[in-house]
Design a protein around this ligand. Structure first.
Ligand SMILES: Nc1ncnc2c1ncn2[C@@H]1O[C@H](COP(=O)(O)OP(=O)(O)OP(=O)(O)O)[C@@H](O)[C@H]1O
Ligand code: SF4
Ligand SMILES: [Mg+2]
Length: 358
C-alpha cells in the first residue's frame, strides 16, 4: 500500500452573502475529486496554473482545511474523518514547507525559538538542551552555520530562510513533507541549490515529498511521478520521464509548449500551443471536460457534456481526456484556429537551414 493515498478528495469553499455572511450562495470548487497515491520515499510533483487548487490540496492532506468529501489515507489511516484529538498524533508526521519563508517565520523569534516551538509541542527532546542539540544537527544538515541559532529571520538571505523553513519541518522527524512552491520566491541561481538539498535530505532521511509548483521545469528532476492539475482536478499523471517525453493531455501539451528548450534546434522545431481564453472561475467551472473552453482539440461530442475520468493508458500514465488516443495518433487534429495552435515556423526554419548549409 502507498504511504499516502487520496481518494476522490473534494474541498469546496462556501461563498457567503448577506450582512452577517450567513447565506451560502455558491461554492468555490477549489479541489474537486482528486485521487492519487504517493509511494514511501518518493516525490510526487503537482503542477498547474495559479488558482487550480494545488495549495488547497496540500492543506487538505494536512487537514488544515475542511475536506468536503473523499479520503486522505496516510499510513493506513483515513485522516479526513479523524477527530481532532486523534489527528494530533499524525500532525507531526506530515509537515509543510511554504513558498514565502519570511512570511511563515515569526520575525520576533530567533531560530532556536522558531525551531524548538514545534518540538516542544510534540514532546520531542527531554529538555531545551536536548532540543538545541538536535536543532544544531539539523541546521548542519540543511547547510546553515551553528551560530544561526541565536539569529533572527531577517538576518538571512532568501535561500537561507528557505533552509530554515525546511529545518523547521525536519526537526519534527516527519514522514511526509508537502513543499508548496519551495523555490518560486528565490533567485534562479539559488533554486537549484534548494532543490538539490531537498533531494539529498530525501535520500539521507527516507522522506516522502509532495512538491507543488506552477513551473514544470522545477518539478521535473526531483519528481518520480508528476500530476497536472486544472481547475480542481488532475488531468494527467505519469512517471516524470514519461510525462515530459509524451504529454497526452492537451492542457499538459500546452503547458509544456510554453517551456523553452536550451537546444536551439529542438527549440526551433518544438510545438507551440497558445491557449486562448481565461482560466474559468473555480466557482463556476464549465460542464463536461473542464478544459473544453480552451482546448484546441475540442470535439463536438462528449467534450462539452461528459466529464472525462482519469484513465490508465498503460504504465501508470493516466489521462482525463475522451480523445487522448486519437489525439496522440493524429486522427484528431487541433482546430485550424491559428491563434490557438502555432506550429513551428516552417518557412523560418527552411531559411535557417539554407543559410547554415551555404
Ligand atoms: N479559504 C478559502 N476560501 C475561499 N476560497 C478559497 C480559499 N482558499 C483558496 N480559495 C480559492 O480556491 C481556489 C484554489 O486556490 P489555491 O490557493 O489552492 O490555488 P493554487 O493552485 O495554490 O494557486 P497558486 O499557484 O496561485 O498558489 C482559488 O480560486 C482560491 O481563490
Ligand atoms: S476531453 Fe475534449 S476538451 Fe477535454 S481535453 Fe480532451 S479533447 Fe480537449
Ligand atoms: Mg498555491
Amino acid at each position: 500500500m502507498s504511504l499516502l493515498e487520496l481518494n476522490g478528495v473534494k474541498v469546496h469553499f462556501p461563498v457567503k452573502k448577506g450582512v452577517l455572511f450567513d447565506r451560502t450562495v455558491g461554492h468555490v470548487y477549489a479541489v474537486d475529486g482528486v485521487s492519487l497515491s504517493v509511494e514511501a520515499g518518493q516525490t510526487y510533483g503537482l503542477v498547474g496554473e495559479s488558482g487550480c487548487g494545488k495549495t488547497t490540496l496540500g492543506r487538505a492532506i494536512l487537514r488544515l482545511v475542511d475536506i468536503t468529501d473523499g479520503e486522505v489515507v496516510f499510513d493506513g489511516t483515513d485522516l479526513a474523518k479523524l477527530p481532532g484529538e486523534e489527528m494530533r498524533r499524525f500532525r507531526r508526521r506530515l509537515q509543510m514547507v511554504f513558498q514565502d519563508p519570511l512570511g511563515s517565520l515569526n520575525p520576533r523569534q530567533n531560530i532556536e525559538s522558531i525551531l524548538s516551538e514545534g518540538m516542544a509541542a510534540h514532546g520531542i527532546g527531554a529538555d531545551q538542551e536536548e532540543r538545541r542539540e538536535r536543532i544544531r544537527e539539523i541546521l548542519a544538515r540543511v547547510g546553515l552555520p551553528a551560530n544561526a541559532l541565536s539569529r533572527y529571520p531577517h538576518e538571512f538571505s532568501g535561500g537561507q530562510r528557505q533552509r530554515i523553513g525546511i529545518a523547521r519541518a525536519l526537526v519534527l522527524e516527519p514522514d511526509v513533507i508537502i513543499c508548496d512552491e519551495p523555490v518560486s520566491a528565490l533567485d534562479v541561481s539559488i533554486q537549484a541549490q534548494v532543490i538539490n538539498l531537498l533531494e539529498e535530505l530525501q535520500e539521507a532521511m527516507g522522506l516522502t515529498y509532495v512538491v507543488i509548483a506552477h513551473d514544470l521545469a522545477v518539478v521535473r528532476h526531483i519528481s518520480d511521478v508528476v500530476g497536472v492539475m486544472y481547475l480542481g482536478s488532475l488531468v494527467e499523471e505519469a512517471p516524470s520521464d514519461t510525462l515530459y517525453a509524451e504529454p497526452r493531455h492537451p492542457y499538459t501539451r500546452a503547458l509544456m509548449s510554453a517551456v523553452p528548450v536550451p537546444d536551439p534546434e529542438v527549440e526551433d522545431n518544438r510545438e507551440r500551443i497558445l491557449l486562448t481564453g481565461d482560466l474559468p472561475s473555480p466557482a463556476n467551472p464549465p460542464a463536461g471536460c473542464r478544459f473544453h473552453t480552451r482546448c484546441p482539440w475540442k470535439q463536438d461530442t462528449l467534450c462539452a457534456t461528459d466529464r472525462p475520468e482519469l484513465r490508465d493508458l498503460g504504465g501508470g500514465h493516466r489521462v482525463a481526456c475522451h480523445w487522448a488516443e486519437k489525439i496522440a495518433d493524429g486522427t484528431i487534429r487541433p482546430s485550424a484556429n491559428a491563434a490557438t495552435v502555432v506550429p513551428p515556423p516552417a518557412a523560418e526554419r527552411e531559411e535557417k537551414e539554407t543559410a547554415a548549409a551555404s
